[in-house]
Design a protein around this ligand. Structure first.
Ligand SMILES: C[S@@+](CC[C@H](N)C(=O)[O-])C[C@H]1O[C@@H](n2cnc3c(N)ncnc32)[C@H](O)[C@@H]1O
Length: 281
């Protein structure tokens, strides 16, 4: 390919390159060009004759995509809850079903609440950021065991100007959080260690995906911490097949109540657990 090409020609070339590799080659070609030019879709549709002087980088993007690297890591953009977040390798790409976890939390609280939320496994920061946008008086401590993830979360917290209300900490679970927590939220790793994953998942951080031999080990630790530390509310995402085991595990805590919610495909996807008397809040 020559060094400079017009947008329409590039879109055609990239679409052809991605055929048979990705499900929607034309759409992905558009997303790659949009990310490269930092423009919106309207621009590439109406300025099809715009000359891109140096196509090398775009060719490199296309080659990476052909090797199954997720589009989000190539473009450093991910859409979540109708907003664009920064993403890079080292942090999990947020999934659409995690938007439901946020919706479930928002159903439990008053928008004016001034609670302290703690998120375990902040990753790119999307959960704490969207919650902070909706709950303007709440404060957040968001922890992760991965410094790479914390770096990405920091970029997003800066982007949305939420530094005043979201504090990041490097911590294993709640080890570095001594404060009294009103609401614990987490989308922890919950896949069983030996699971063989699709090829494109190999680009994502393994400590964001695998939760232990069975898969629900971190979830169980978090439910235990919830009751030990008398945290009134705990919202958590989980695997579609983990309901029964988690339900049985939580039965040991006499004052715990748990309600499960389903995802867009009607699979069990998470739960809200309360521990102790909610009225004491
Ligand atoms: C499934 S990702 C979720 C990321 C983000 N919250 C989201 O929903 O897109 C799980 C995150 O938990 C972090 N993590 C794994 N084990 C942890 C631990 N023991 N303590 C704190 N964070 C942990 C991983 O580094 C990863 O960022």
């Amino acid at each position: 390919m020559a060094d400079s090409r017009v947008v329409s020609e590039l879109l055609h070339v990239i679409t052809q390159e991605l055929k048979g590799v990705v499900e929607s080659p034309r759409r992905e070609a558009e997303l790659l060009v949009m990310a490269y030019l930092d423009c919106d879709r309207l621009f590439i549709l109406t300025d099809a004759d715009y000359v891109i002087e140096d196509c090398e980088k775009l060719l490199e993007y296309t080659a990476r995509r052909k090797r199954n690297e997720p589009l989000e890591y190539i473009t450093n953009r991910v859409s979540f809850y109708s907003q664009i977040f920064y993403i890079q390798e080292g942090a999990l790409i947020p999934r659409p079903e995690t938007e439901l976890l946020i919706d479930e939390v928002l159903k439990c609280v008053n928008r004016e609440c001034d609670m302290l939320f703690v998120e375990v496994g902040v990753g790119s920061g999307v959960i704490s950021i969207v919650l902070a946008q909706h709950l303007k008086k709440a404060r957040f401590i968001a922890v992760d065991i991965s410094t790479d993830a914390l770096h990405v979360a920091k970029k997003n917290i800066d982007k949305f100007a939420l530094n005043e209300r979201i504090e990041l900490r490097e911590s294993n679970l709640l080890d570095k959080v001594d404060e009294k927590i009103d609401f614990l939220v987490s989308n922890p790793p919950y896949i069983a260690d030996e699971t063989i994953l699709e090829k494109n998942l190999s680009y994502e951080p393994q400590n964001a995906l695998f939760g232990g031999e069975i898969g629900d080990e971190i979830i169980r630790e978090l439910t235990t911490l919830t009751c030990k530390r008398k945290i009134k509310n705990f919202a958590c995402e989980m695997g579609y097949d983990q309901r029964e085991k988690i339900s049985a595990f939580v039965k040991q805590f006499s004052d715990a109540k748990i309600e499960f919610y389903k995802d867009y495909s009607n699979f069990d996807r998470g739960f809200i657990m309360s521990c102790g008397d909610k009225d004491e809040k």
